[in-house]
Design a binder for this molecule. Sequence first.
Ligand SMILES: Nc1nc2c(ncn2[C@@H]2O[C@H](COP(=O)(O)OP(=O)(O)O)[C@@H](O)[C@H]2O)c(=O)[nH]1
Ligand SMILES: [Mg+2]
Length: 360
Amino acid sequence: MLSAGLIGLPATGKTTLFNLLTRAGEDSVSGRFGRNEARIGTAEVPDERLERLSALFEPRRQVAATVAFADLAGAATPRNLVDVGAYREAHALLHVVRAFRAGDVPHAAGSVDAARDAQAVEEELILADLEVTERRIERIKRDRKKGAAANPDREARVLGRCREALESGAPIRSLELDRDDARLLRGFQFLSAKPLLLVVNLDEDDVGDADGAVERAGLAGMLSQARVRAVPVCAKIELEIAQLDAEDARLFLADLGLPQPGLHRIVRAAYELLGYISFFTVGKDECRAWSVANGSLAPEAAGAVHTDMQRGFIRAEVVGHADLLRRGSLGACRNHGEVRLEGKDYVVRDGDVINFRFAT
Ligand SMILES: Nc1nc2c(ncn2[C@@H]2O[C@H](COP(=O)(O)OP(=O)(O)O)[C@@H](O)[C@H]2O)c(=O)[nH]1
Ligand SMILES: [Mg+2]
C-alpha cells in the first residue's frame, strides 16, 4: 500500500489532519501512541470515476484505493522520526506547515512563518541523511581496505553525489539519478529522497483565496524544486465539515466556494506526487480501484490484484472507463471494438478498466 508520513513542528495540525484523513476513532487506527511510536491509519483515495462505475454496475461492494498515513506524537521533526520504521519506509512525506495565526505557537520560534518552518525541517531532513551518508562512505572505505565490499565503486560514487548535494543544502530528491543508482539508494531509505507534499494549514479567513495564501506564505522557493508540491487546507474547517452529513457538507463547501473537501485534495495530491495511477476492476460483485506505479505493465497490474493472476497472466481485456461509462456496458463496448486484448508488454493507463485472463 502507498504510505506517507506526516511531519512538522508541534501544533501545526498534523494530528487533527491525521484523525480526519483516517477517520481515527472509527475503524482505521492501529498501533499506539508513545515515544517514537507512530500511529498508522488508512485513507480512501477519492475517485469520481469509481463512483460512476459503481452507479453503473451496482456492485455488492465498492472498494477505493487507499493510502496509509503515519502520525508521530509530539514534534514529528526529522531528529525524532529518523528511527521510526513507518517513516523510513514511507513513500512520501507530508509536511504540515502552519500558516494559521490563531492559537498558541508552542515551538521555539514563537511566531507563524510557514517558509521559515518549511526550510528548518528541510534542513533537518538533509542533516539526518548526511549523517547516514557519511557513515556509509566511511564503512565502504574500511571494507575496501579489507577487500570485502561487494560493489563499492558504484555505491561510493552515488553516495559521493548524495554527500555533495546534502553538504550544499540540497535534498537527495533533487538529484537526477538513473534507474540503477536510484535502486541502490532505495535501501538507505533517505528521508530527503522522498517526494514532499507541503500541506499548508490556513486560517479560515484565507480559504477563499487559498492559492494566494500559499503564495504569500513565501513557499515559492521550495515549490520550484523537483518532487515538491503544496496543497492548501484549513484543518479547522475540515473538522467542521466532518461533523456534517453529506448534504450539509456540500452546502457548506459551496458557501465557501470550495469544490471539494481539502482532505480529498491532500489524498489525491499525495497519490499524484508519488506517480501512481488507478485502474479498475468491475462486476456485479465488486467495483474496485487499484493503485500501480505509472509505467507498470499489465502483469504487474494483475499482481496488484492477486499474485496468481500475475504468475498465470495470459491477457488483459482493457477498456477505458470513459468508453464504458458512455456505452453503458462491456458488451456494447465490445460491439464498438473498444475492448482491447493486450499482452504482457502493455503499459497500463490511468482509468483503464481491466479484466485479467490468467491460467491457474
Ligand atoms: N485555528 C486553527 N487551529 C488549528 C488548526 N489546525 C489545528 N489547530 C489547533 O492547533 C492545536 C494543535 O493541533 P494538532 O493537530 O494536535 O497539532 P500537531 O501537534 O501538529 O499534531 C490544536 O489545538 C488544534 O485545535 C487550524 O487550521 N486552525
Ligand atoms: Mg500531533
